[in-house]
Design a protein around this ligand. Structure first.
Ligand code: FES
Ligand SMILES: [Fe+2]
Length: 385
């Protein structure tokens, strides 16, 4: 690192209007100090998608997730309430569970302290001689959890505004899709050797499709239409096209979601809910795609497929759903590979910030949103784009 990455003057080029602007300096994608600042100033201070309500349908059902560097458990209690807790034993910090599952209580794998589904400490054998040992004060640490349309979001910091404020006009814009009525049918995790921002940037531009996806989704002609800001912490693209965007051309699928408005029925939407939650919404299915940084140069991407609940009752559900999964299984590795390749280029000491196409409006928006938080809102000119 040659310059002070927290000096706002370093980013004057990023702050210019899109067609005059430069991208982030390569060090923003590799530097451990910049990464640490993102964990503290971006991930700790926002809402992050952690799963679906229907994944914890019954008491005892749990899932694990990460918000920045905070591991958490989401679990439905015996009282039916879904809660989030830090996934850390109050004895010496060991995570209690991994993945997803169902249990009657959590038992720490280290010294067997046990916790009820409401987070309270129920057993701590071996602690009888410890003076002033306060079982009641040693429950799992609760975290903020909120849901919209069955999507669960968690926040670490008390100062983060309510989820409804964070989402702004997004729930109204997407009401016709009735996410509440959907069920998560498949979850796939990828570990990609790239900075999390590269993956988000790639997902939010269509410029690469003609090259990276030339023999797959590029076969479907689309018109890309930016949507208005919605007064929340999100950006949105609408793509108009024939049929569904969620299948490869020629594959059979489900009918459109019932009750879609004319615009939603004539295209797809790609949404970034800052900082790292994405939605891809087609006429017949919705995917969430969540980036979790594993370090400056590694990202876990969790992709969840959702369909309207009534589709699951169809005898051909498995056969048709497989076509949607096939589309993801072909195109996501294309994105993962190009992001990992890009990362290798950004690692070079000769790497420099580049310029933007008009097709990279959201990449520029996103980079500026990150800078507003990591180095401060500083000197961004108020020019129209
Ligand atoms: S760390 Fe959990 S019981 Fe010791
Ligand atoms: Fe892509």
């Amino acid at each position: 690192m040659t310059a002070d990455l927290f000096d706002p003057a370093l980013y004057d080029g990023v702050r210019r209007p899109l067609l005059d602007a430069e991208g982030l300096p390569p060090a923003c994608y590799t530097d451990p100090a910049f990464h640490r600042a993102e964990l503290e100033r971006v991930f700790r201070r926002g809402w992050h998608m952690v799963g679906r309500l229907d994944q914890v349908a019954a008491p005892g059902d749990y899932l694990t997730a990460t918000v920045g560097e905070v591991g958490l458990i989401v679990v439905r209690g015996r009282d039916g309430v879904v809660r989030a807790f830090a996934n850390a034993c109050r004895h010496r910090g060991t995570p209690l569970v991994e993945g997803r599952g169902s249990c009657a209580a959590f038992r720490c794998p280290y010294h067997s302290w046990t916790y009820a589904l409401d987070g309270s400490l129920k057993g701590a054998a071996g602690m009888e001689q410890t003076r002033d040992f306060d079982m009641e004060g040693l429950g799992l640490l609760p975290l903020r959890l909120a849901d919209w349309g069955g999507f669960l979001f968690a926040a670490v910091d008390e100062a983060v505004p309510p989820l409804a404020t964070w989402l702004g006009g997004l729930p109204a814009r997407l009401a016709a899709y009735r996410f509440d009525d959907m069920v998560a049918t498949r979850v796939v995790d990828y570990t990609v050797a790239c900075n999390w921002k590269l993956w988000v940037e790639n997902f939010m531009e269509g410029y690469h499709i003609a090259t990276v996806h030339r023999s797959t989704i590029n076969k479907q002609p689309v018109v890309n239409i930016p949507e208005d800001p919605g007064g929340g912490a999100f950006v949105s693209i609408y793509e108009r096209h024939q049929g569904t965007r969620a299948l490869l051309v020629g594959d059979a699928g489900f009918p459109p979601i019932e009750g879609l408005d004319a615009e939603s029925a004539a295209g797809s939407r790609f949404i970034l809910i800052y900082p790292a939650t994405m939605l891809a919404i087609a006429i017949d299915t919705a995917w969430s795609l969540v980036c979790d940084p594993l370090g400056p140069e590694a990202t876990r991407v969790t992709v969840t497929s959702c369909f309207p609940r009534q589709r699951l009752a169809r005898p051909d559900f498995g056969a048709l759903a497989a076509n949607y999964y096939k589309r993801l299984d072909i195109t996501l590795p294309e994105d993962n590979a190009i992001c990992a390749l890009q990362q290798t280029g950004l690692r070079s000491p000769l790497a420099r910030a580049g310029r933007f196409s008009h097709k990279e409006r959201i990449v520029h928006e996103f980079d500026n949103w990150i800078l507003d938080r990591v180095v401060g809102p500083a000197s961004r000119p108020a020019a129209a784009e």
